[in-house]
Structure formats: structure tokens, C-alpha cells
Design a protein around this ligand. Structure first.
Ligand SMILES: NC(=O)c1ccc[n+]([C@@H]2O[C@H](COP(=O)([O-])OP(=O)(O)OC[C@H]3O[C@@H](n4cnc5c(N)ncnc54)[C@H](O)[C@@H]3O)[C@@H](O)[C@H]2O)c1
Length: 326
């Protein structure tokens, strides 16, 4: 059995990963989470050690005790507008704390790390589609903190031949586990689908559409939504790949096609049966019109195919979760 460190396992994406690891007894997940945004009850599998990735003594003890075969590093701060208002919080929790984690990985010779990165590293895209080798040019402090972490991983892998990484650049993660047990609880989330579902169940009085004059079919932005359970399975495939192939890679995690903001809101209205108020607001600075992944590399490299590539499935699961959270 391989001990796997999962940082941030009480959070949205980490908890879905743990839920799927349940069926793989060859991995024993050891979760580190400070419960700053995550919830203890979201962890359906694995042993939780409450603590901070930044706590050097606490982390060193765990590395010593468990001799990890790999690390899945989800812990971080995720709200893009907050990163603009409080950038140092993000450089601290995303970049500096990843550096601290990597120093344990190097010291204890952990062979593999899977890193939660983001499509935000690409920034504005000329044609709206990001290939893994599209030049990076993040627009937000959040994106920059993630890109800096990517650079650290790449430099570390050059210096340490026995270390390999997988950088997973997530596009718009959405939905909730189909068994209805876990979903997104991130406080102050600004993610479109989360906000739309919160409005549908009357946790918000109304929501905004930012920009209706983009060069898209209905004038609203297009995003590439990936169901969180598909993303969780991509992590397991990535972990197996890195452990077996011992090669470092960077992969987009999206479906390779998108939906407009208006289409998403219409789907939430249809499936919730509620015609909630939507205000049309001007474009937000820094928003790109179209952000979609070129999704060929992940399918070619990993033993992975999407299973929930349907806006209705994504919206239905997110709505069910939001109602439960009420
Ligand atoms: N949600 C998305 O759409 C999205 C998109 C791209 C990338 N990501 C990345 O995926 C990862 C997980 O995101 P999420 O949506 O699950 O967020 P989340 O806030 O739900 O989960 C983050 C978890 O990390 C924990 N945590 C934060 N800082 C910590 C620290 N210093 N020490 C220990 N635990 C800490 C939190 O308590 C929480 O449980 C993040 O790194 C995020 O940047 C998320």
C-alpha cells in the first residue's frame, strides 16, 4: 500500500478525489488541511491531520512517519478577486507554502507530486483556446502565484532526476458528486455556476452577467466547464502515470468545448424551475471573452475519458448540492 499525502483534502476538489480513492485500496491517503475553507465532514476517506502546510515541524513529522510515495497538492487560496485585493495572502499561501512543501518533498526524496494549477496561468487568449504550450501570461495575482509554483516544480525536477511532477491546469471546475454527499462549499465563491445555484435557491437575491458584448453567439463569455468527479479521476490517472512512467508533464483539464454564461444561467433556471433575477453589468477588467482548453493531450497521455460531459448533469448535481447546503 502506498501512502499518499493529500493537502487541502477537506476542500471542494480534494474531497472528491478522496471519495474516488475509496475504491483503490493500493493508496492510503493522509490528508493535511487547516480547515480554513474546507470542512472535516467533506472527507469521506483517508486520515485527516489538521494542520498547516506552512508548519515545518508538523509537516516534517508526517513525511518522516509515512514515507510518502506521492503528494497531491490541492491546498491553496482560490478566489481570484480576493487575490487582487489581498495579493500577499495569495503569494504566501499559494507560492511560499508550495515552496515549503517542496522542501519536504526534496528532503524526504518523495518521488512524485501532482499540482493543482489553473487555466488562469494563460491569461488573455488570442483565439480563446489554450494549448499546453500556449505562452503563459496570467492576468491576476492568483494566476501568477500558480505560475510561480509551476516554475518551482519544473526547476526542481531538472535538479532532482528522481522527482517527477504532473501540473494539472484546471479550467472551470463545476458540479458535485453524483452520490450527493459532497460538493462545493468554498466561502465567497465567485464561480459562475456556484453563484447561479446560490441565486436559484435564494441564498442571493440576484446575480450579474458581466459583459454582454463579447464576440460570442449571445455576447456573453464562454468557459470550459469540467465536472469535479471527472477532474478527480484525472488526478488518479495522473498519479498512476507519474508513479509508473516517472516523467513530468503539464496537462490541461477541460472538455475542449465551452458554454456561454447565458447558457449556464438558462440551464440553472430550467433545472431549478426558478426564473431568478439576472442583472446585465459591464465587462469586468481582466475577464477574457473565451477560455477553452485544447483537451487532446490529457486523453492521449492518461488512461482517462470524461464521463460527465453534459451541462445538464453538471448543473443538476450542483443544484442538488446547493439545496442540501441550505
Ligand atoms: N475550484 C476551481 O475552480 C479551481 C480552478 C483551478 C485551480 N484550482 C485549484 O485547486 C485547488 C483546490 O481548490 P478548491 O476549489 O478545492 O478550493 P477549496 O478552498 O475548497 O479547498 C482548498 C483546501 O485547502 C485548505 N487549505 C488552504 N490553505 C491551507 C494551508 N496553508 N494548509 C493546509 N490546508 C490549507 C482549505 O482548508 C481547503 O480545504 C487550489 O489549489 C486551487 O487553486 C481550483
Amino acid at each position: 500500500m502506498k501512502n499518499i499525502l493529500v493537502t487541502g483534502g477537506a476542500g471542494y476538489i480534494g474531497s472528491h478525489l478522496l471519495n474516488q480513492l475509496k475504491s483503490l485500496p493500493e493508496f492510503h491517503p493522509v490528508v493535511v488541511d487547516n480547515l480554513s475553507t474546507g470542512k472535516r465532514e467533506s472527507i469521506l476517506h483517508g486520515e485527516l491531520h489538521v494542520g498547516d502546510v506552512a508548519d515545518t515541524e508538523f509537516m516534517a513529522k508526517l513525511f518522516e512517519k509515512f514515507n510518502f510515495a506521492g503528494v497531491l497538492h490541492f491546498a491553496g487560496s482560490v478566489v481570484v478577486p480576493e487575490s487582487v485585493a489581498d495579493p500577499l495572502k495569495y503569494y504566501e499561501n499559494n507560492t511560499a507554502n508550495t515552496l515549503k512543501l517542496l522542501s519536504h518533498v526534496a528532503r524526504f526524496k518523495t518521488p512524485a507530486l501532482i499540482f493543482s494549477s489553473t487555466a488562469a496561468v494563460y491569461g488573455n487568449l488570442a483565439d480563446g483556446v489554450a494549448h499546453e504550450d500556449t505562452p503563459t501570461n496570467p492576468e491576476s495575482p492568483y494566476g501568477r502565484t500558480k505560475l510561480m509554483s509551476e516554475w518551482m516544480l519544473q526547476d526542481m525536477a531538472h535538479a532532482l532526476p528522481d522527482f517527477s511532477y504532473m501540473i494539472l491546469r484546471y479550467f472551470n471546475v463545476a458540479g458535485a458528486s453524483l452520490d450527493g454527499r459532497i460538493g462545493q462549499s468554498t466561502p465567497q465563491a465567485t464561480h459562475l455556476l456556484k453563484v447561479a445555484c446560490e441565486t436559484a435557491v435564494e441564498k442571493r437575491a440576484q446575480m450579474q452577467i458581466y459583459g454582454t458584448d463579447y464576440p460570442t453567439k449571445d455576447g456573453t463569455c464562454i468557459r470550459d466547464f469540467i465536472h469535479v468527479d471527472d477532474l478527480a479521476r484525472a488526478h488518479i490517472a495522473a498519479l498512476k502515470y507519474v508513479l509508473e512512467e516517472k516523467k513530468s508533464q503539464t496537462l490541461n483539464c477541460g472538455y475542449g468545448h465551452g458554454h456561454t454564461v447565458s447558457e449556464v444561467i438558462s440551464a440553472v433556471k430550467k433545472l431549478s424551475g426558478r426564473d431568478f433575477p439576472v442583472e446585465l453589468a459591464p465587462r469586468r477588467p481582466g475577464d477574457c471573452g473565451v477560455v477553452m482548453s485544447k483537451a487532446d493531450k490529457i486523453k492521449a497521455l492518461l488512461d482517462w475519458e470524461p464521463q460527465h460531459d453534459s451541462l445538464d448533469v453538471i448543473v443538476k448535481s450542483a443544484l442538488e448540492w446547493e439545496r442540501k447546503l441550505k
